[in-house]
Design a binder for this molecule. Structure first.
Ligand SMILES: [Zn+2]
Length: 75
């Protein structure tokens, strides 16, 4: 995969995202991603994006003030 911002090579990594949901904040850890070797731009595959959307939509209905989930174990 090439970087969408600068077209350089990317490498496999993981990242943490914090999502503001209005009723609370959801932190998702260990998300598989590709990081650019030059500009650090983060890229998610389609599968990961779809999974993130599912986790976020579930969290919107169940979230407390702050939730931390692990991507691998998330419902
Ligand atoms: Zn880049």
């Amino acid at each position: 995969m090439k970087c969408i911002r600068c077209a350089n090579d990317t490498y496999k990594s993981t990242t943490t995202e914090a999502v503001e949901l209005g009723s609370g904040v959801l932190v998702i850890r260990n998300i598989p991603c590709y990081k650019c070797t030059v500009c650090d731009e983060i890229h998610f595959t389609g599968d990961v994006v779809k999974r993130l959307e599912e986790i976020i939509s579930y969290a919107k209905q169940h979230i407390q003030e702050l939730s931390v989930v692990n991507f691998e174990n998330a419902a």
